[in-house]
Design a protein around this ligand. Structure first.
Ligand code: NI
Length: 252
């Protein structure tokens, strides 16, 4: 059964002690594809390096809204040059985070727009981070009409319908298994399997029953099982269809 993890952070220090062993373990357990996402300025160096060491790992290049301090035009140029790398499949993760508000909203929106425009210029999809910023996220998507995925989708069923109508994919991960996630069943109900991508956001967001532990790509099986139950299809079908979705969006 192919496991495609469309959002990971294996460069995170949580993996410093045993990264190579963890990745080998994923490979031995059915993981065929990992999209590792840049977040900080430092990760623009580490993430591409790691992707070149691992044949099943690709990367997204971009700056996360929590890490915009110190970002200037040269950072945007660095991202642009990384987009030429054959292992770079997307611009991400980019977006808006009004929970942490590490930078002023105007700065976050400006960087979200600039990086989205860059992705469109290069014909690449975007990987979107949206935390408590649904209205402004949808506004930017509506204006710029990129291809891409709303990673760790946390909006309502209404928002899901709106972004699906724009052609976006929804990233479904561990948070959908949390019992206090009241929106999850309705979002799964309105989202066709053909528009879902499976993801971990590891080391974060481990699914139930592993909540709180360090996450890794093979744990996606718990999320896939949840989707299979909701859609009344087999686990194999969920994994096959979502793997094909990843190929369609990221073009590999
Ligand atoms: Ni992430």
């Amino acid at each position: 059964m192919p496991i495609f993890d469309t959002h990971a952070h294996y460069d995170d220090e949580a993996f410093d002690a045993d990264r190579t062993a963890v990745l080998e373990h994923q490979k031995q357990n059915g993981v065929e594809f990992i999209l590792n996402c840049c977040a900080s300025l430092e990760s623009l160096t580490r993430v591409p390096q790691l992707a070149h060491e691992q044949d099943f790992m690709y990367f997204a290049a971009g700056l996360h809204p929590e890490n915009l301090e110190g970002a200037d035009d040269s950072a945007l140029q660095r991202i642009a040059s990384l987009l030429q790398d054959p292992k770079c499949l997307a611009v991400g993760e980019i977006g808006l985070d009004y929970y942490w508000n590490a930078s002023p909203k105007e700065v976050q929106i400006e960087w979200f727009r600039r990086q989205t425009v860059l992705a469109k210029q290069h014909g690449l999809p975007i990987v979107v981070h949206d935390r408590e910023a649904h209205g402004d996220t949808v506004a930017v998507l509506r204006e710029l009409r990129p291809r891409g995925v709303l990673h760790a989708f946390s909006g309502s069923a209404e928002m899901a319908k709106e972004v699906l109508a724009m052609g976006m994919y929804l990233g479904i991960g561990g948070a959908f298994t949390f019992k206090n996630n009241k929106k999850a069943p309705e979002v799964l109900a309105v989202t066709p399997l053909e528009r879902m991508l499976l993801e971990t956001d590891c080391p974060y967001l481990s699914p139930v029953p592993l909540r709180g532990k360090r996450n890794e790509s093979r744990n996606i099986l718990h999320v896939a099982e949840l989707i299979a139950a909701h859609k009344s299809v087999g686990l194999q079908e969920v994994l096959d269809v979502t793997a094909q979705n990843a190929r369609n969006l990221f073009g590999f």
